[in-house]
Ligand binder design. Structure first.
Ligand SMILES: [Zn+2]
Length: 263
């Protein structure tokens, strides 16, 4: 079978075992069905996710000019505390920013390689956790806009990590933590204006990834350099494909690359 399309992060479905789907223009590829199969991926060309032109990808699937112009790559995406739509202040496109920022947001704890704090739109739960490769996660606060979530994350970062170690995440080198205990211990650091939104009573969400074999020494594939790669798929975790020879391929970091997939 042959597929070709521009890479976008895999869509997921939260079942007992996470189901992954790759949008390949003509079809959705159900990636779980490729486990234990030899597949090859080849670089074809670039295609910016915004302007769709064949221009080198700069960041987040966008060419350089789109990255600095498109409203969905503003600084407030990566730094939610910079959100200003709740004040009616425009960054790049106020209507767009209002539509994204002025909706319920969650501050959460997720355990991928270690416990980390993060922010997401409520409608992205549990998608965001799956994308990070977290095997367990819990909501801490639910706030009405992105700004309040951002200042909570900033306050908590002083006491808990905000990054995932991707190697450890892929090695499955992580211990189970009681996130309810973590949540209760971190409560005292939540900013006063956010405290009314603290979630007292909820449970961890457990996430099970389709992995047959975890790599001991994951090595990251650069498809732009190698041009083509073949191997047996033995797992999918976060947004990574894991191959039998311990090569791993981060779909998300390669958004905007047009690839051909064969199996
Ligand atoms: Zn572009």
């Amino acid at each position: 079978m042959n597929y070709q399309g521009v890479l976008k992060k895999m869509k997921t479905e939260y079942l007992d075992e996470i189901q992954y789907f790759l949008d390949m223009q003509s079809d959705f590829l159900h990636v779980n069905q490729l486990l234990n199969s030899e597949i090859s991926i080849s670089f074809v060309k670039y295609q910016c996710l915004q302007c769709e032109l064949e221009k080198p990808i700069f960041r987040q699937g966008f060419c350089k000019s789109c990255f600095f112009e498109t409203p969905n790559a503003g600084d407030w995406i990566m730094k939610p505390e910079l959100s200003k739509a709740h004040l009616g202040i425009e960054d790049r496109d106020l209507a767009y920013e209002k539509s994204v920022q002025l909706q319920p947001h969650i501050v959460y704890l997720a355990n991928s390689s270690n416990v980390k704090v993060g922010v997401t739109r409520k409608q992205q739960v549990p998608t965001r956790w799956i994308d990070q490769g977290a095997h367990e996660a819990i909501e801490i606060v639910e706030v009405p806009n992105r700004y309040l979530a951002g200042i909570t994350e900033v306050a908590l970062k002083a006491h808990v990590a905000d990054k995932t170690n991707w190697r450890k995440m892929l090695q499955n080198d992580c211990k189970d933590e009681d996130l309810v205990v973590w949540r209760d211990q971190l409560k005292k650091y939540i900013p006063d204006e956010v405290l009314p939104y603290f979630i007292e009573n909820n449970q961890e969400t457990q996430i099970h990834f389709p992995v047959l074999k975890y790599p001991e020494k994951p090595k990251s594939l650069s498809l732009e350099k190698e041009k083509t790669f073949s191997g047996k798929l033995v797992g999918i975790k976060g947004q990574y494909l894991i191959f039998e020879d311990e090569t791993v391929f981060n779909i998300r970091a390669n958004e905007g690359l047009v690839v051909a997939i064969e199996f």
